[in-house]
Design a protein around this ligand. Structure first.
Ligand SMILES: C[S@@+](CC[C@H](N)C(=O)[O-])C[C@H]1O[C@@H](n2cnc3c(N)ncnc32)[C@H](O)[C@@H]1O
Length: 195
């Protein structure tokens, strides 16, 4: 399984503005990241998972999407946000996962907890434009079953960096330019597909 952890800094979980996802908190960034992680031209990647770690107050949540269990996913951003919005309306108890729909669960687990769990299963890879360039299949092979950590439209906060550094095993850049998170996910999928 390849996992993508996308940290959302500004997307409030109490209301997803389906009519203005870009204007209110940049939910569009997350919808495109989900599409890039899972969607093939005629199917869903079963071996991909996405955690959206939504940190904005007043109600931080983590949404988990699992390709092996997702029934359908539409490339339309509004449709994706509709699914996420429905999942966020599900009540969570303590830090348990609450199943919202097929392949989508929600919990109160924070970045540190999420990364600690993933680090037990494989490498945790920070993606950042200023990291060493990923430039060979030999470098990509060890991170093939890894967890790739990205930020939304904002830079990682000091708190994010602290949580990531505690679990990170690798860090890579995908090129010299600062790219959208969704494009980074597409590039990682392509690297791993070619191994
Ligand atoms: C739009 S960028 C974040 C904003 C940007 N760091 C800034 O100047 O504020 C979204 C995320 O995608 C990842 N990213 C962007 N460009 C990258 C690159 N060239 N290589 C690896 N990761 C990249 C990083 O995780 C980054 O935080």
């Amino acid at each position: 399984v390849r996992r993508f952890v996308v940290i959302g800094h500004t997307q409030r979980t109490d209301e997803i503005p389906l009519n203005d996802p870009a204007g209110a908190g940049r939910w569009d960034v997350l919808a495109r990241s989900v599409a890039a992680a899972f969607l093939l031209s005629n199917g869903i990647r079963k071996d991909a998972e996405v955690d959206l770690v939504l940190q904005a107050p007043p109600r931080p949540r983590t949404l988990r999407l699992e390709g092996a269990k997702l029934r359908s996913l539409n490339p339309d951003e509004r449709a994706i946000l509709g699914l996420l919005s429905k999942a966020l309306s599900v009540e969570t108890v303590g830090d348990h996962w609450a199943q919202a729909s097929a392949g989508i669960a929600v919990s109160r687990r924070d970045l540190s907890r999420i990364l600690a769990e993933h680090a037990r299963e494989g490498p945790v890879v920070l993606l950042h434009e200023e990291a060493p360039l990923l430039e060979s299949k030999d470098a990509a092979r060890p991170i093939a079953g890894g967890t790739f950590v990205l930020s939304d439209h904002q830079e990682f906060t000091p708190g994010d960096r602290e949580a990531i550094q505690a679990h990170e095993s690798h860090r890579f850049s995908l090129g010299p330019m600062s790219l959208h998170a969704s494009n980074c996910i597409a590039i990682v999928n392509n690297w791993l597909d070619r191994l």
